[in-house]
Design a protein around this ligand. Structure first.
Ligand code: GCW
Length: 714
């Protein structure tokens, strides 16, 4: 008998039907809705005795369904839907459904919401109001964030609406299922079985993104295949668009410039050729027939080998405007990437996008937005803000951040990107005097643009935890929350995320947030301190390789960026060098002209300095560099200790993963330190500072390391 009972329990556990704690494999992301403690559960139930939804349709169903899933998970008793308002009800309403709303919804747009604790006929209720159903959905997710993170649900008086219109993920997902710079497994778009098979993952994707206000997704890689625009693939994209639509999420596609030639044999892709323009117009009409609310096109043109209008002696504006005309009748937009640099351009790579695009300011059609990476090179652990921000006042510019961590430890390093995003958004371009922040450029308020946007290169794949690691989920979360409200702090976002993903218990949230908040700076320290950049392994970009100097394109070689020699290190971008600083507004350029007034974190990005240059600490540059590498490694060791202290509070499965990944991160941080010091010491010929250990191996050992199967690189 006992044996049979035991077998039954084992079977139930195996199929997940047991009341025991379910597997915490990260799939639920921040929408875990774990059971709250009894007092919290009672408080939640008292604030959600019923759900009174005054509208109907798929978005309303998504909103009420999420409330029932959330409150049911946290309290064990999902609230019922009700027609009548009762004490403690959650009341979801719009002016269309409820004329005499007790809150104003003007100014909230179509996506914003108001949440107000109020009385109706003597009954205390929580009103979630918006101008439309998508706004109500966003308000529901805000209320659930409060509910999950232990915040008070009393006396709520919240108004929230996004300033940035386009809040998109860019999936560098290929049609063969691989993900360029992806570290979370294969693409979640099962192109081969779409549109027939639409698994639950797509709906969970929509829920996760709607919960953080993301309202668009570019499904395919910017290194695009023309095939994405063929009828079968348009049908596949349409199936996804149908699933995402109730969540307020639109679908966009990356396009390949030569699609007219590859798909229909046109002899040219010259944007001024009427046949080419006609082809794109017909293609747009075809797409909109299948996806009436299709968002538009994203394109990487004349960049890293991708074709574009410059192949026909036309400008980026000629190209963008031709595509824009095709989608304009349908209300579509074109996102034209400014990530351009030419192999035959001897000028500083960091200057080339500005040189190409600045002269085109004002020449783009009004449904074109230029998508600019946060820095002028390529998603480095730190880059000064891109000089184009604030330099094209007559052209809407949108931000391109990288959520996937091509250069920040890929899937195993805990390097929370919230501080990176925050640092860039708060950077002051001085374009219109002090306070001309990057955030105000991209939300349109600085230069008066209504077409506004921000994109994040997604870190999503089919891994059960979606992002390759639990802590990588925080980067996706932070991107969405900052896209919705650029004034949020990375710290507050980390607190929200940790409370929902792990537990609202301060004994859990505080150490996790403290660990997260210094983790990106630690990566900067152990990888590219003091403004160094682009010193990673070739191709896969995994690990240190500052010695690389033999690649065909000079600007692909790490030595191009650090220019280390026996005298010193760094890239002179002042007037005595490439003069890239001249691309910034005068107050910024003046500050960057002098190493003494250049922020030390950007020092070697802008200056070539002698090894004996005195840092603000009084250390020589050489000693300071070594100490930065060591500070980065030490921080990871501290994270390991912090995580060990959390063992009693975190489920075994997720604890073990993070413990293992921190072990990898510590080993790799040490490897970055040792390899970098071994190489730079071979240049500086300086002795290590007192107390600093010699690298574990000699330089040739580090140079000999090879990783042909490192992930994310096709
Ligand atoms: O980030 C770098 C990557 C490429 C990427 C390219 C880009 C999609 O190394 O993988 O290609 O830049 O942003 O287009």
């Amino acid at each position: 008998m006992i044996a049979r009972l035991f077998c039954w329990i084992v079977a139930m556990v195996a199929v997940g039907l047991t009341p025991m704690a379910r597997a915490e494999d990260g799939y639920d992301l921040w929408l875990r809705y774990a059971r709250a403690d009894p007092s919290r559960s009672a408080a939640l139930s008292a604030h959600a005795t019923a759900i009174v939804a005054t509208g109907a349709g798929p978005t309303w169903a998504a909103a009420t369904g999420e409330l029932q899933r959330g409150i049911g998970g946290m309290t064990g008793a999902p609230p019922a839907l009700s027609e009548t308002i009762q004490q403690g009800a959650l009341w979801l309403a719009t002016p269309a459904s409820t004329p005499a709303l007790p809150v104003r919804t003007d100014g909230l747009g179509s996506e914003g919401y108001a949440i107000r604790s109020t009385m109706v006929d003597g009954k205390a209720v929580t009103l979630i109001a918006a101008n439309g159903d998508v706004g109500v959905l966003h308000g529901v997710y805000h209320w659930l964030r409060l509910a999950q993170s232990g915040a008070s649900l009393d006396a709520l008086d919240i108004r929230s609406a996004p300033k940035i219109g386009l809040r998109l993920l860019n999936h560098w997902d290929n049609l063969n299922g691989t993900v360029e710079r992806g570290y979370a497994g294969q693409s979640i778009w099962d192109w081969w079985r779409l549109p027939d098979w639409k698994g639950p993952r797509y709906t969970d994707y929509a829920r996760a993104n709607a919960s953080i206000g993301i309202n668009g997704t570019v499904l395919n890689n910017v290194n695009a295949k023309a095939d994405s625009l063929t009828a079968p693939y348009i049908a596949k994209a349409a199936a996804l668009a149908d699933i995402f639509r109730p969540y307020g999420i639109k679908v966009y596609l990356s396009v390949k410039w030569t699609a007219p030639m590859e798909l229909d044999g046109l002899k040219t892709a010259d944007p001024l050729d009427p046949a080419v323009a006609a082809w794109w117009k017909a293609k747009a009409d075809e797409i909109y027939k299948a996806i009436p609310d299709f968002g538009g096109f994203l394109i990487k043109a004349n960049s890293e080998g991708q074709p574009g209008p410059q192949d026909y002696n036309r400008t980026h504006a000629n190209g963008a405007n031709m595509l824009a005309a095709a989608v304009k009748p349908h209300g579509g937009i074109v996102m034209w990437r400014a990530f351009v640099y030419a192999h035959d351009n001897p000028d500083d790579r960091a200057k080339q996008a500005y040189s190409d695009f600045k002269p085109l300011d004002g020449q783009f059609a009004d449904n074109v937005i230029v998508q600019v990476k946060n820095g002028a090179i390529d998603f480095q652990p730190r880059e000064p803000f891109h000089p184009l921000f604030g330099a094209m006042p007559r052209t809407p510019l949108m931000m391109e951040f990288q959520i996937t961590k091509e250069y920040l430890g890929q899937s195993t390093h805990l390097t929370y990107l919230g501080p990176l995003f925050e640092e860039v958004l708060r950077s002051d371009t001085f374009a219109k005097g002090k306070g001309s922040t990057v955030a105000r450029v991209i939300d349109g308020s600085l230069e008066g643009h209504t077409l506004t946007g921000i994109a994040g290169v997604a870190n999503i794949g089919v891994d059960r935890d979606w992002s390759g690691s639990i802590f990588n989920q925080a980067d996706w979360y932070a991107f969405g929350r900052l896209a919705w409200d650029t004034s949020l702090s990375a710290q507050a976002i980390a607190q929200e995320w940790a409370a929902q993903t792990f537990s609202p218990d301060p004994r859990v949230v505080q150490p996790i947030v403290a660990m997260m908040m210094g983790s990106r700076e630690a990566a900067v320290d152990y990888m590219t301190p003091l403004g160094l950049a682009h010193v990673m392994g070739t191709g896969h970009h995994y690990g240190p390789a500052p010695w690389i100097a033999d690649l065909a394109r000079p600007e692909w070689n790490p030595v191009y960026y650090h220019k280390a020699n026996v005298q010193g290190i760094g890239f002179d971008r002042t007037g005595t060098g490439s003069n890239a600083i001249a691309q910034y507004a005068p107050p910024v350029a003046r500050r960057l002209a002098d190493p003494k007034t250049t922020p030390e974190r950007d020092l070697l990005w802008f200056h070539h300095l002698p090894w004996d240059y005195r840092l603000r600490s009084g250390e020589t540059l050489w000693d300071g560099l070594v100490h930065h590498y060591e500070r980065g490694v030490a921080y990871v060791a501290d994270m390991q200790k912090t995580w060990e202290g959390l063992r009693p509070y975190v489920d075994a499965e997720r604890f073990a993963e993070t413990e293992a990944f921190l072990t990898i991160q510590h080993r790799e941080a040490l490897w970055w330190r040792d390899a970098s010091i071994a190489y730079f010491q071979s240049m500086s010929k300086r002795p290590l500072p007192a107390g600093s250990a010699a690298p574990a191996h000699d330089l040739d050992w580090y140079k000999a390391q090879s990783f042909p199967y490192a992930p994310g690189h096709n």
